[in-house]
Write a protein that binds this ligand. Structure first.
Ligand code: KG4
Ligand code: ZN
Length: 332
């Protein structure tokens, strides 16, 4: 079964064709990052307008690269939420129109569940049940994934998302947007043990996170040490990054042990951070737990993961009505 996936929840317009939920036939991502970079963050109105300009060509390109036409598609899947309403509306309305015109089933995909499903596109995916962290600019959620499509939220951030903390700290340090890759690159030149930043919520017996205290601690450090040289900045980046990684890794391993899982998956933009993946994998190995993370092309927002989740939904007859609407937040 061939599913056309469409993603437009934030600042990437993406389309992909996935076969039977696991084989990527094509995956096209048009990023707006350079447009938003000068503002230091995503400007929602600009994002919607740019989605509108490129959605048609991006879908055409995905079909072309897959070597198929619209007649070959068996279903359409589009991100329904959470995300920016104006941005979501572009991809979701496009998908609805296609589904209506071609009499195809439509899946309204939850963006966070799609990130989890990016792991099933791996050659060697995690075994069920597994623990999965969705860690991006908007979310830091730990799920227990018992079987395909069964996602139980175990914990989440109480304030900033981990990616948001990377972006804000990068901004304070005068680094480029998005902040994650910039901090990771700078941190490689620093000593992560030189400056010890707080590890919030680590002692707590739950799976929630908090990153705003860490962000304030970095701000305080920068304020008290103005005029730092390059080496000192690198130590700040490395110290901050390790504080985030320590908390994420500890909570993930604790969640896996509690649920007797031998697999941990990480997905979303921050899973592109190789220092995090390696640190987590080393720590997990001591508990005989394996770590799974997507290739870089599937860490950030993409439509292959949307098609993968949509395939499960269409198979399970979870079809979205054509008067279904987009949503900005998920209520748990
Ligand atoms: O999943 P994503 O592309 O979009 C959202 O749904 O938010 O995630 C974007 C986030 C940004 O906050 C960005 O700074 C972060 O992922 N990110 C990283 C890295 N690459 C991207 N954070 C840490 N290290 C990275 N290498
Ligand atoms: Zn995302």
């Amino acid at each position: 079964m061939l599913i056309l996936g469409i993603e437009s929840s934030c600042d990437e317009t993406a389309a992909a064709v996935v076969e039977d939920g696991v084989h990527i036939r094509s995956s096209v991502v048009s990023s707006q990052v350079s447009t938003h970079a000068i503002y230091g963050g995503v400007v929602p109105e600009l994002a919607s307008r740019m989605h509108l300009e490129v959605i048609g060509p991006v879908v055409d390109q995905a079909l072309f690269q897959a070597g198929i036409g619209l007649n070959d598609i068996d279903g359409v899947a589009a991100t329904q939420g959470p995300g920016l309403i104006g941005a979501l509306l572009v991809g979701f309305s496009y998908a609805k129109a296609l589904a209506w015109a071609r009499h195809l089933p439509l899946a309204g995909v939850n963006h966070l569940e799609a990130h989890i499903c990016s792991l099933q596109l791996l050659d060697c995916p995690p075994q069920f049940p597994f623990i999965c962290l969705v860690v991006s600019g908007g979310h830091t959620n730990i799920y227990y994934v018992n079987e395909p499509g069964a996602f139980t939220l175990m914990g989440q951030t109480r304030d900033d998302a981990a990616g948001e903390a990377f972006d804000k700290v990068a901004k304070m340090m005068g680094l480029s947007y998005p902040g994650g890759p910039a901090i990771e690159a700078l941190a490689k030149k620093g000593d992560p043990k030189k400056i010890k930043f707080p590890r919030s919520m680590l002692g707590k017996d739950n799976f929630d996170f908090s990153f705003s205290g860490l962000k304030s601690a970095v701000a305080r450090h920068l304020h008290e040490n103005s005029g730092m040289n390059d080496d000192q900045s690198a130590h700040v980046a490395a110290g901050f990054q390790l504080a985030v990684i320590d908390v994420l890794s500890a909570k993930l391993i604790a969640a896996a042990r509690k649920k007797n899982c031998v697999c941990i998956g990480i997905a979303g933009g921050v899973s592109a951070n190789r220092t995090f993946v390696e640190n987590l994998a080393q720590r997990a190995e001591r508990h005989r737990i394996n770590v799974f993370s997507p290739p870089l092309s599937l860490c950030g927002d993409n439509a292959a993961m949307v098609a993968a989740r949509g395939w499960e939904m269409i198979r399970d007859n979870q079809i979205c009505r054509l008067d279904g609407d987009v949503y900005s937040r998920v209520k748990f």
